[in-house]
Design a protein around this ligand. Structure first.
Ligand code: HEM
Length: 406
């Protein structure tokens, strides 16, 4: 037994909970980096009283995410932040929920999904995403526009529903339910209800696609023939739920940063490469999966000088890893010329974001279309999300050129 484990004679109540809350929108969760400075791995008290771990060191985070001794199964993991929501993953088991599976079951589904989301195909989407983004920007005629509700939120929802082959009308119901499912204010019952509603809506879509053969990823999965109705519904569910909040908030925070830093906007405008480099640094710097992801130990592991026992949950702090100064020199400086894609914003290992190329295409397109219009906007006000699984903004109001403050 290690020194750290022996020290646990102290009462569990004295152990830290996950650092939460921020002093400002571009600051990290308060206390997180003090924790990281004190060592690479720490004991952590979870929302239900479970005593687990948190790892804050870049190399150790990557290591945990590649070790078969750690499982993604939601029934084995405790949540550091909310008993009902976990770290944002589905609360119920259904066939095909590969996000919460381990290899080899995970590998089977992951291959089918990854094949459909190849970079080449994602690039072909650029033109249609650009068109959609321009339409969203130019739709409103008012003097002020909320870039969250008018652009950053609808864009990824429209893209993923189109990709899946879900009718646009259904996407509004889904968006509503998803927001409530991911809210830390929701009760366990409400989370479950919203989960089931999204699932039922998507199940009905799968039935309709079977009947009408309308194109999209759902139809492709039906044609593939290897997946059951429920498995196809689950995969559609996971693509929809994992991709919306994340991309929306990356876009919203990037817009805010550029509005507050016109010299950066000027430096990257007009160059696709510079915009792509900036986006990569935004992914690291915003680290929107702010409380990290988690795994459960399925056997005893020696890690970073401590012993982790079977059944213990470990949180992998993606923000702490992305600000580890041994990996990213001068980590608190947002440097759009850093050109480092080694951050952990998309995770690492077998569960690393399966749609990261789609996310990259969406964010770069959203940035390019915004920069085309940049000189026509001034920042009015914004509201930071308070303490949500995915960090971001609830509102980002800009004023159009030629309109005066009331
Ligand atoms: C900037 C936007 C995004 C961020 C920061 C992000 C982040 C992540 C992270 C950290 C993971 C790893 C989870 C884990 O290891 O437990 C992940 C997995 C995943 N993401 Fe993303 N994601 C983004 C966009 C998307 C989009 C657009 C989609 C779908 C259209 C998507 C679908 C998924 C799925 C299905 C998984 C599970 C993969 C697996 O378990 O094999 N994500 N994402």
């Amino acid at each position: 037994m290690t020194e750290l484990s022996e020290g646990l004679a102290e009462s569990a109540d004295a152990l830290p909970t996950i650092p939460r809350g921020r002093t400002s929108v571009f600051a990290l969760p308060t206390g997180l980096m003090d924790m990281a400075a004190a060592g690479p791995i720490h004991r952590l008290r979870y929302a239900d009283g479970h005593i687990g771990w948190i790892v804050t060191d870049f190399d150790l985070c990557r290591k945990v995410l590649t070790m078969p001794e750690f499982s993604s199964r939601p029934d084995l993991r405790h949540s550091a932040i909310h008993e009902a929501i976990g770290d944002g993953q589905p609360p119920e088991e259904r066939p095909g929920m590969f996000v919460g599976m381990d290899p080899p079951e995970h590998t089977h589904y992951r291959r089918i999904v990854a094949a459909a989301l190849r970079l080449g195909e994602m690039r072909q989407l650029q033109a249609s995403i650009t068109e959609r983004a321009r339409t969203l920007f130019d739709a409103g005629a008012g003097e002020r526009i909320d870039l969250v509700s008018e652009v950053a939120s609808p864009l990824p929802a429209l893209v993923i529903t189109e990709l899946l082959g879900v009718e646009e009308a259904v996407s509004h119901t889904l968006a509503d339910c998803l927001e409530r499912m991911l809210s830390l204010d929701s009760t366990a019952d409400e989370v479950r209800r919203m989960f089931n509603t999204i699932f039922d809506e998507l199940g009905a879509v799968v039935t309709r696609r079977r009947q009408d053969g309308a194109p999209g990823f759902i139809k492709n999965m039906i044609d593939d023939g290897r997946l059951s109705h429920d498995e196809i519904t689950s995969i559609a569910f996971q693509l929809y739920t994992a991709g919306h909040e994340t991309t929306t908030n990356m876009i919203a925070l990037s817009y805010l940063y550029l509005l507050e830093n016109p010299e950066t906007a000027a430096a990257i405008s007009g160059s696709d490469t510079a915009v792509a480099d900036a986006m990569e640094e935004f992914l690291r710097f915003f680290s929107i999966i702010q409380y990290g992801i988690s795994r459960a130990a399925v056997q005893e592991v020696e890690l970073g000088g401590v012993t982790i026992r079977p059944g213990e949950t470990i949180t992998i702090s993606l923000p702490a890893a992305n600000f580890d100064s041994r990996r990213f020199p001068d980590p608190y400086r947002l440097d759009v010329t850093r050109r480092d894609r080694g951050h952990l914003a998309f995770g690492f290992g077998v569960h690393q974001c399966v749609a990261q190329q789609l996310a990259r295409v969406e964010i770069t397109v959203a940035l390019r279309v915004f920069l085309e219009r940049y000189s026509g906007f001034t920042l009015d006000s914004y509201e930071m999300k308070s303490d949500t699984i995915v960090h971001g903004l609830t509102r980002l109001l800009v004023r159009r050129a030629g309109t005066r403050q009331a």
